[in-house]
Ligand binder design. Structure first.
Ligand code: FAD
Ligand code: A2P
Length: 289
């Protein structure tokens, strides 16, 4: 993609939908009418895969947002779920990163998709992990566990992220090293990308951490934040609401624990009418698998 095409894909015309709640999206019901074709599938572990689809020319979104995607069941009824869009807004394709829930209504079937298959993509997008909800600052921390990395896969490839912040610190926490495979590949490809590689290389710190194996970095994100190891390992000052902005995407437990940590340091949650110091999105609803 050229820089002109890149700019033409910027989401200038995207409507302001971020105040709409997840409940405003249909969880099924209608026939599958919004179809896109699968163009690539990669399985990373027995529980994690990513896939690309073609992109309808009218489909626009802002980095960090999610859409409803799904499959039609045997009766033709749509089974859809919220999925963060992992690809950058300027790309010709859409990409998603998915868990496999063994008995999950959607992912027990979505796991079998192959190139050429059709999936449902609803045209509306929304989400709280939005740069417009954050005050200006020096550093942007992106804190994710598991598939919570997906919205950040888009944000770390958005030039605006690097225009707004001098440094971007992406922390991806997983149980095992294998579960880091997708974020490791996205970061490596982004550093080598002809259009964004220079800014990613200069401004992005990538901190993968695992909790159930030995690795170069181990420990929960909450621990790395609380004991100051995260900032000190990168030679950065401790978190400071005057300079640091945070986006969080993980399980309810992770989100709550980090929010409590930030509130104790006087960070304020942001929204569109009143941009703040941090924003939070659930990576999924429930306790996880
Ligand atoms: P469901 O019936 O939806 O889920 C069954 C149970 O599996 C849940 O109660 C929960 O305990 C567990 N579970 C569901 N999703 C996950 C997950 N991602 N990680 C760990 N445990 C999980 N899922 C993705 O895989 N990728 C995404 O980018 C993504 N983005 C989301 C964005 C938002 C805003 C929300 C609310 C959810 C998102 N999800 C994402 C979760 C997704 O909507 C589905 O829940 C998931 O695809 C499983 O669907 P299912 O029908 O198979 O099972
Ligand atoms: P742990 O292995 O100590 O449970 P999951 O696969 O269950 O979604 O977890 C993904 C990662 O998030 C794991 O490294 C897990 O650590 C970590 N994690 C789970 N809950 C929390 C929490 N409340 N605070 C911080 N990290 C968490």
């Amino acid at each position: 993609m050229t820089m002109t095409q890149f700019q033409n894909h910027s989401p200038l015309a995207a409507p302001d939908q971020v105040n709409k709640s997840l409940a405003s999206f249909s969880k099924g019901g209608n026939n599958a009418t919004d179809q896109v074709k699968v163009t690539a599938v990669t399985h990373w572990t027995d529980k994690l895969f990513s896939f690309q689809t073609d992109r309808p020319p009218s489909f626009r979104f802002q980095s960090g947002e999610f859409a409803m995607i799904g499959l039609a069941d045997n009766d033709g009824k749509a089974v859809t779920r919220a999925y963060s869009i992992a690809s950058p807004h300027w790309d010709d394709h859409l990409e998603f990163y998915s868990i496999i829930v063994p008995d999950g209504p959607l992912t027990s079937r979505l796991r079998h998709i192959q190139i050429g298959d059709d999936i449902i993509l609803r045209p509306k997008t929304t989400g709280t992990l939005n740069l417009a909800r954050l005050r200006d600052g020096k550093r942007l921390y992106l804190l994710a566990t598991g598939t919570g990395f997906a919205p950040f896969a888009s944000l770390i490839r958005d030039p605006e992220t690097y225009e707004r912040f001098d440094e971007v610190i992406l922390v991806h926490g997983c149980r095992t090293i294998a579960e880091l495979g997708y974020s490791q590949k996205i970061v490596a490809d982004s550093r080598a990308h002809p259009l964004i590689g220079e800014m990613v290389t200069a401004q992005l710190h990538y901190v993968p951490s695992v909790t159930r194996e030995n690795f170069t970095q181990t420990g929960r994100i909450t621990t790395l934040l609380a004991d100051g190891k995260l900032a000190s390992s990168l030679s950065l000052p401790p978190l400071d609401a005057d300079f640091d902005r945070i986006m969080i995407c993980g399980s309810i437990g992770l989100n709550q624990d980090i929010a409590a940590h930030l509130l104790a340091k006087n960070f304020q949650e942001g929204n569109l009418s009143s941009p703040g110091d941090y924003v939070i999105e659930r990576a999924f609803v429930g306790d996880g698998i």
